[in-house]
Design a binder for this molecule. Structure first.
Ligand SMILES: C[S@@+](CC[C@H](N)C(=O)[O-])C[C@H]1O[C@@H](n2cnc3c(N)ncnc32)[C@H](O)[C@@H]1O
Length: 247
């Protein structure tokens, strides 16, 4: 590995990003959804990676547990370096399912958000239509028997890419009631299911793609048109928006 790569854990992601217009189109849609769900005020992105959110929310503060030249602050989602009640939006794209103890993150989110502030997350959705892809083709595990409520001390030597892709879906479905009881101040204001085959066929951050841009662009429009009817059954993505109740 070159010196540049070892100093910048996200360098290979950035290189793929610059070479794949289809990937950028898919993510543009995600960032627009995130920006539209935010409320006015200070926005913190957690697990920013290559930090593209700033093109859509220029004032956002980017952070990640890994140091890199692309981010403003090194921060662990489980122990956030922000004052209580100081933040209007916490946004995350593909991060919740990488956090070792999601329960610790939600305690921190509840603490740092102001009344009316939001936590906006876009994550993998494990649905009838996506489950085979995520289980057999995507390299990260899908453990539907796990719990987002595990307690523990974060392991400082853990690989930040360790994951369980099932966590967001469990939170939005099987464990939603338990979440609402555990965090009565964090209210679900939206759970949506969307994004079908364009994203997996784009190859994501892999170097290959099976989806030429001209076709992908048209299919993305079609996907938007069917998401409200078919997203819950066939979608590959979920957006979860939580809002802290006003004081
Ligand atoms: C799959 S990447 C997503 C990066 C970026 N959001 C994107 O969509 O391109 C997951 C990111 O979460 C970060 N991460 C993992 N655990 C974290 C934690 N406990 N706190 C903050 N960031 C974390 C990783 O370092 C990595 O950059």
């Amino acid at each position: 590995m070159s010196t540049t790569l070892s100093c910048d854990p996200h360098a290979s992601y950035r290189s793929v990003w610059s070479k794949k217009p289809m990937l950028r189109r898919v993510y543009e849609d995600y960032y627009r959804r995130i920006a539209a769900a935010c409320v006015a005020g200070e926005t913190i992105e957690i697990g920013s990676g290559i930090g593209q959110l700033k093109s859509f929310i220029p004032t956002a503060i980017s952070s990640d547990i890994q140091h890199s030249p692309m981010i403003d602050v090194v921060a662990d989602a489980q122990n956030l370096p922000f004052r209580s009640g100081a933040i209007s939006n916490i946004v995350m794209l593909d991060v919740l399912h990488h956090i070792e103890f999601p329960l610790l993150f939600f305690r921190e989110a509840e603490r740092v958000l102001r009344g009316g502030g939001r936590c906006v997350m876009i994550e993998p959705a494990i649905t009838f239509g996506s489950t085979l892809f995520y289980r057999l083709i995507h390299p990260e595990p899908v453990r539907m028997k796990a719990t987002p409520f595990a307690e523990g001390l974060p392991n400082p030597t853990r690989d930040p890419y360790d994951s369980n892709q099932a966590i967001p879906t469990l939170l939005a479905t099987r464990d939603r009631l338990r979440f609402e009881r555990t965090f009565p101040n964090l209210e679900f204001v939206d759970v949506s299911w969307f994004s079908f085959w364009v994203y997996p066929l784009s190859g994501g951050f892999k170097r290959w793609t099976l989806m030429p841009e001209f076709l992908g662009r048209r299919l993305l429009v079609l996907e938007k048109g069917i998401e409200s009817a078919l997203g819950r059954i066939f979608g590959f993505r979920t957006m979860i928006v939580l809002q802290k109740r006003a004081d």
